[in-house]
Design a protein around this ligand. Sequence first.
Ligand code: NDP
Length: 256
Amino acid sequence: MYSANDIINYQPSKNHLNERVILITGAGDGIGKIVAIACAKAGATVILAGRTEAKLEAVYKLIVAAEYAEPRIFAIDLEGATNDDYITLAATIDEQFGRLDGLLHNAGILGQRTPLSNYSSELWNKVMQVNLTAQFQMTQCLMAVLEKSADASVIFTTSGVGKVGRAFWGAYAVSKFAIEGMVQTWASEVEDIGSVRINAINPGATRTNMRAQAFPAENPYDLAAVEDIIPAYLYLLGPDSQDINGQSIEAQIRTP
Ligand code: NDP
């Protein structure tokens, strides 16, 4: 068992993710993009999922240019996707790889920072769909192909505002609280019955478009770069975290 400090400073061995097939949502930008490239560098075949195909193609090109394993692209808008889309995704992965070793639910939206008393129901539903329901449905549909891996890691993305309630974070905060609950529930259901582990990761305050949208007056260069938080992702996606299940892991000391 690694300590929180060990995880933040984790140094994987070369080819740490060799032969692993890892699906990352929101892989076209922000944290998902840099994690996808880091996974490919560590030897994984990465399935780049996201809603803006041009961004996914740009990441694809970077990975191919670096001569890492050729990634795959799966364009999907989590707001409108249905179980049929996830069933197709599962069948495609099964046909091409016969298993899925890692699933990182990274895509998310901020919604609006406003009091709950003013929060629009339409936006509430959209945030809940993208940040919670889509992730539940995708995981459920991919479970059979995850179970075909000898050592599969499912990671959901949480936030500091999903642990302690804070004013004006609206549906975003509530969706992240729900993610924490879903991780605990699901992890306790899979504990001791197979090879799938389910955990949450909190990136902490990180220099991305979403963070700038949430804190427009903040100097982004006071924040961690995505590259700084990669060790925790590589730890959770690789063999050294095999015994970790149902945990909520911090990727850096400072959290939003
Ligand atoms: P960004 O906004 O930079 O990136 C979010 C990614 O999610 C983008 O690739 C975006 O695609 C994708 N996405 C958004 N909506 C959809 C959708 N409907 N369907 C498919 N993909 C979608 O955010 P971050 O990289 O900062 O955040 C990544 C995760 O980390 C999120 O879950 C966030 O809540 C969490 N987090 C981030 C923190 C931070 O400080 N940055 C702190 C705590 C948690 P597109 O590019 O096409 O819009």
